[in-house]
Write a protein that binds this ligand. Sequence first.
Ligand code: SF4
Length: 331
Amino acid sequence: MKRLLEVEGLTTNFHIGVGCVQAVRGVSFHLDAGESLGIVGESGSGKSVTMMSIMGLLPDYAQVSADAIRFDGADMLHLSAGEFRRIRGDGIGMIFQDPMTSLNPLYTVEDQITEPLRIHKNMKRREARQAALELLRRVEIPNPEARLKQYPHELSGGMRQRVMIAAAIACTPKLVIADEPTTALDVTIQAQVLELLQHLKSESNSSIIMITHDLGVIASMCSRILVMYGGIICEQGTVREIFYEPKHPYTWGLLRSIPKMSQERMGKLIPITGTPPDMLRPPKGCPFAPRCPHAMPVCRAYLAPETALSETHRCACHLLHPNAPKIERGL
Ligand code: SF4
């Protein structure tokens, strides 16, 4: 399988008045062509910052470094500004959480969808307009001719998200990054948007990175999962490995907090107690140690190395050391 994206040792710090927020701390992962990868974790775990770092979309006070970032064979760390812009517009499309703040309120739907086509595909206005109409049909927006002339505030939340998807896929990117694409939508529209993304993916065979805190969305959309906590990847594996053979106590906690319909669990949600770490002063050892019921002295002193459990399954937890106590996963 061809590697589309490879990231090695990505670190992102934000220098703010009171100190340095260590948002992403040495993250490495890859994505194959045509694959759907889910990145899951609580707010502040570093999942969105990881992707914004790769896309070069962070403010000036962010300091991004990495051993390597390669996209479709290109070394992203040593591209000129123009080449980087081309990849960002042409090779990677991004769908953000809140279309109301991501779409420009001063421009019509037509302007927003045709802009990438005119810049990256050199289309003339009429040709770009025709392509925009076709894109609106693909994302199943009724009466597309009328919608082209409208502004974002004249559309419903679901329509706005469809317009953003149309703009993101306008240049048929090889990779679509969807950052919490359904969080701002009600459940019926959520299902429609997920179905649409799946349909578009199978149509164009593009790869998808889905960033979310919702494991249900991941299960329906992705084949592989990265679990992030405190700026690191604490576990990664196929959907089957993460859902049926999870090894990290944080992943156990995430799975326990999913609502279930079974009789004995009905109405009983088990939250992960405690709060996420302060990334201005992240713990020296495992970032999950202050909340982990199985924490040992070594956990507070050292970050656990990654253990390979299969070709696809890796986990960073001291419980995987051969001399560690054997802990059964709680329900
Ligand atoms: Fe818990 Fe220690 Fe594993 Fe961290 S390394 S998740 S504190 S057992």
